[in-house]
Design a protein. Structure first.
Length: 115
């Protein structure tokens, strides 16, 4: 999740935040975290996240949302709720209906860049 929230958006940057302890209570007190032995190597994490169950990803999103709402309510910054979904990195099945609704873009030469 941090990879998406950070403007640089690299996996290495997200892992470095965990290694440095910059995420505070958002990282559960697992053994490697407590012992400050979190690896900064991204390969194993990258492979592991491809096997992450959907339920785990949903739980992370729920936790981030709850934390953001709680923080805003505590500071009185929440005037109304706004739900914004950025689908720029979402993968959807390649179907004729989606391609018709959202035609693939083109490059500077007018060639299609979609699948």
């Amino acid at each position: 999740m941090w990879q998406r929230l950070d403007g640089r958006g690299s996996l290495a940057t997200a892992v470095q935040q965990v290694v440095q302890g910059a995420l505070g209570d958002l990282v559960p007190p697992e053994k490697r975290v407590v012992e400050k032995r979190v690896s900064s190597h991204t390969g194993a994490l990258s492979r592991a996240r491809t096997r992450l169950p959907l339920e785990a990803a949903e739980a992370v999103c729920d936790q981030v949302f709850a934390t953001l709402i709680q923080s805003a309510q505590a500071h009185g910054d929440l005037l109304s709720r706004l739900f914004l979904v950025d689908g720029s990195s979402m993968l959807l099945p390649h179907t004729p209906a989606l391609e018709k609704a959202y035609p693939p873009g083109g490059n500077q030469h007018g060639k299609r860049t979609g699948r």
